[in-house]
Design a protein around this ligand. Structure first.
Ligand code: FAD
Length: 555
């Protein structure tokens, strides 16, 4: 057994494991990441990087790099339904041409906008940031085979090029994905629907510009009997994925060699003339499940290890990134700043209800898509579209066209992305909410509303005020309170910002949306969620003490 000089071991270098290392590093906490693969998995899965994730990336310094690698925003706003790519649209959703108030609400809600960037590129930027930060080491080709919680430490057994080793650390974070298996060894069961379907994700390179140039789209749902599925642009140029349903009772991924996949792509496009370079084929199982608990002693689950959703909603990786942001500062507060262990229990209390809500939203999206012909009825609906009787085909086209606009909340789900409030019932099982209608709200547990303000003559977001620590934002009359807070106690960094002194709000929106007027104040946690509002009474210092040191108070 070897003691390592890092208090956290992270199992898995997917996006969530890397994000966990990056967040810990921001607070000066060292970590070691083990990854069984020999590098970044080049097979892209996720591509939707939602508003909250882009905000996190802004904080972590990689938003520009991710945006530079993302699909052109002109593509990213369009979702099409067609029979084949070469065919005429059956219908469309244009996010940028939706109801104006909806669009404006999105623009006003954040300094960042949802984007589409292939998961392997996202992981590249996360890894680069981790390496540049220098607080974590990432070991590829190393598999974690066992994690043993000793009560006051954790032993992690790894197998890699150097053979088998047992490493002793303080905490372990299982970021080993949906199929990693550590969760099972900890005896943690999953709640929810185990298997909803089996899919094949075909990753290929091809020039689809003849069909995409005039009417580009991020997602093209294809309803035909020869090759139905979903075509997704990974870079808006040559990189694509195509998702196809498979039936494991009669076939397996081995039945899909590259030549067959290339033919499937040609049929989906609706051409015989297309060079298709199939790069990889990845099977995956659609589930909607959440781990019963996110913590087992000194071991925590994050990302797909903790929750798995149908991809209808693009929330898997996005939820995992926010898990990492939530758990990271809490581990740092306990390891470095003497916060109580009870703070770590709030990770599950806060993040699990969000996952349950995201699983439900993704399920509803999947069920609703069946109305358009994506799901168990695809073959029957495609048959009607291809009917030799023009009246039957036309009726089916009309029916699909009418079923498309109600799909909008699937793709335009701002409230789902940023509207969750820790400690509130809003995202729990019993309280369905509108996925779309986000309204900024400055209450304890909510994400700090974004407002544009000016600092040193430069326009910045309220989110840009946040340090890796706690930030008190006060109205113009709050200077005394602000100064007192910035000087309180030891531990995590504390900063105060007085509107009117340190920053200005030229349009007056900032103090209004934060509900702080002249004398009010809002205390923001390291993860950008509100820890305390002056409307609650008490003081920021006592709120902080309660948050970091007592078991009783749920934040
Ligand atoms: C087709 C498809 C489309 C999707 N689209 C979206 C989308 O648009 N937006 C979105 O947010 N999400 C999307 N998702 C979900 C997203 O891909 C996952 O949520 C995301 O990959 C989870 O990240 P993770 O780091 O938790 O797990 P993973 O990415 O699975 O990473 C886990 C890592 O742990 C490693 N590992 C496992 N066991 C061990 C071990 N014992 N030792 C060492 N290493 C180990 C694995 O090799 C892997 O690299 C999609 C998923 C699919 C299948």
């Amino acid at each position: 057994m070897t003691d390592i000089d890092a208090p956290v071991v992270i199992i898995g270098a997917g996006p969530v494991g890397l994000a966990t290392a990056l967040v810990l590093g921001q607070y000066g906490v060292r970590s070691v990441v083990f990854e069984q693969y020999d590098g970044i998995n080049p097979h892209p899965r996720a591509h939707v990087v939602n508003t909250r994730s882009m905000e996190l990336f802004r904080t972590w310094g990689i938003a520009d790099a991710v945006r530079a690698d993302a699909v052109d925003p002109a593509w990213a706003g369009t979702i099409l339904w067609k029979q084949t790519l070469a065919g005429e649209p059956l219908g469309r959703i244009d996010l940028v041409e939706g109801p104006e108030d909806q669009l404006l609400r999105r623009i006003h809600a954040s300094a960042e906008q949802l984007t589409s960037c292939a998961q392997d590129r996202v992981q590249r930027h996360l890894l680069d940031a981790v390496l540049a930060q220098g607080m974590a080491t990432v070991h590829y080709s190393t598999t974690v085979v066992e994690v043993t919680d000793l009560g006051d430490s954790v032993d992690v057994t790894v197998e890699g090029v150097g053979g088998r080793q047992i490493l002793r650390t303080c905490y372990a974070v299982a970021a080993d994905g949906a199929t990693g298996g550590l969760r099972d060894t900890l005896g943690i069961a999953m709640d929810g629907s185990p298997v909803l379907g089996h899919q094949l994700n075909i990753y290929f390179h091809a020039d689809l510009s003849p069909w995409m140039r005039e009417d580009p789209a991020l997602l093209v749902w294809l309803i035909n009997s020869a090759s139905p599925g979903l075509l997704i642009g990974m870079d808006g140029a040559r990189r694509w994925t195509f998702q196809r349903t498979i039936d494991p009772a009669v076939e397996s991924p081995q039945d899909y060699p590259p030549e067959r996949c290339a033919q499937i792509i040609r049929e989906a496009v609706g051409t015989t003339e297309l060079d298709v370079d199939v790069r990889s084929v990845g099977p995956w199982t659609m589930t909607a499940r959440t781990a019963e608990t996110y913590r087992s002693g000194r071991v925590f689950l994050v990302g797909d290890a903790a929750h798995q959703f149908p991809p209808t909603g693009g929330l898997g990786m996005n939820s995992g990134l926010a898990d990492a942001d939530n758990l990271g500062w809490k581990l740092a507060a306990v390891l470095r700043d003497g916060a109580s262990d009870a703070l770590l229990d709030t990770y599950e209390r806060e993040r699990r209800p969000v996952a349950v809500g995201n699983a439900r939203h993704s399920m509803l999206n999947a069920i609703k898509m069946a109305e358009v012909g994506i799901g168990p009825e695809t073959t029957r609906i495609a048959g009607r579209l291809e009917s030799p009787d023009p009246a039957v085909a036309a009726a089916e086209r009309r029916r699909i066209a009418e079923a498309i606009p109600p799909q909008r909340p699937h793709f335009d789900a701002l409230n789902q992305e940023i509207g969750y409030i820790y400690g509130a019932a809003r995202h729990s099982d019993d309280a369905p909410i509108s996925a779309t209608d986000y309204a900024p709200i400055a209450v304890t547990g909510a994400r700090l509303p974004h407002a544009w303000i000016e600092r040193d003559g430069e326009r910045v977001s309220t989110h840009d005020l946040l340090v890796p620590g706690f930030t008190l934002i006060t109205g113009p009359g709050g200077a005394d309170r602000a100064d007192a807070f910035a000087e309180t106690g030891e531990g995590m960094a504390k900063r105060s910002v007085v509107i009117g002194r340190d920053v200005t709000s030229p349009d007056g929106y900032c103090p209004k949306v934060l509900r702080i007027g002249e004398d009010g104040a809002v205390l923001v946690r390291p993860d950008g969620h509100i820890a305390w509002h002056s409307a609650e009474g008490s003081s920021p210092a006592s709120a902080l003490a309660a948050l970091l040191n007592t078991a009783e108070r749920s934040v």
